[in-house]
Design a protein around this ligand. Structure first.
Ligand SMILES: C[S@@+](CC[C@H](N)C(=O)[O-])C[C@H]1O[C@@H](n2cnc3c(N)ncnc32)[C@H](O)[C@@H]1O
Length: 196
């Protein structure tokens, strides 16, 4: 990654930590992805040569910048969805500062509703980073939208095991997915969709 972009991301992350420490309301915090988890997703996206990435949970665009930089060389695109229009306005500013506005579509909407409307098999990588208890209600769309060989990534599986347990049960029972949990950041679940 370009050094100046990495410096911008590091500053955004530090600013997010300062912001969140002063914010009593959990839902008003930025809750940015940890840098090591973001870096892991970046490497995987580059290795897959992913071109269509969907993110649920934009916040102020910290993780979106990582995803967008990862798909940029291959001419890929990121669709990032968040219910919070104010957060997405901040994300738009941060993406502009990163020079990545053209790579990302920001959509102010419910993640589950957007996933339900996406076509079958068009998504290389789906990253879920919103309210964990909602994910099971969204099934089977997270699986349906992935292409064969596509990747589902879910954050917070080690930090919030009780909240993600119902989703993990669904994934474990799903023959089309093979999953592992990587202990970076707050714990990333990575599940690959079978090719046949
Ligand atoms: C943990 S933060 C996302 C952090 C972001 N990925 C980053 O690393 O900067 C969770 C975000 O999910 C959003 N959110 C919560 N429920 C949602 C839903 N049903 N659909 C879309 N976004 C949702 C919240 O508004 C919040 O901005």
């Amino acid at each position: 990654m370009d050094e100046s972009l990495r410096a911008l991301l590091d500053e955004l992350y530090r600013d997010g930590l300062r912001h969140d420490q002063a914010q009593a309301d959990r839902l008003a915090r930025r809750r940015n992805l940890e840098p090591d988890a973001a870096e892991l997703l970046w490497v995987i996206i580059r290795a897959m040569a992913a071109r269509n990435v969907v993110e649920v949970g934009t916040s102020n665009g910290y993780s979106t910048i990582w995803l967008a930089d990862a798909v940029r060389p291959g001419g890929g695109r990121v669709l990032s969805v968040d219910l919070d229009g104010q957060a997405q306005r901040l994300a738009a500013e941060n993406l502009a500062a990163a020079g990545l506005s053209q790579v990302v579509e920001l959509r102010t909407a419910d993640g589950g509703a957007v996933l339900a409307e996406l076509p079958d098999g068009g998504c290389d990588v789906l990253f879920l980073d919103s309210e964990r208890p909602e994910y099971p209600k969204w099934w089977p769309h997270p699986l349906r939208v992935l292409r064969p060989g596509g990747l589902l990534a879910v954050d917070n599986v080690l930090s919030h095991p009780d909240e993600v347990a119902p989703l993990l049960e669904i994934i474990e029972a799903e023959p089309a997915l093979t999953a592992t949990v990587v202990p970076v950041g707050k714990g990333e679940l990575l599940a690959v969709k079978s090719v046949s």
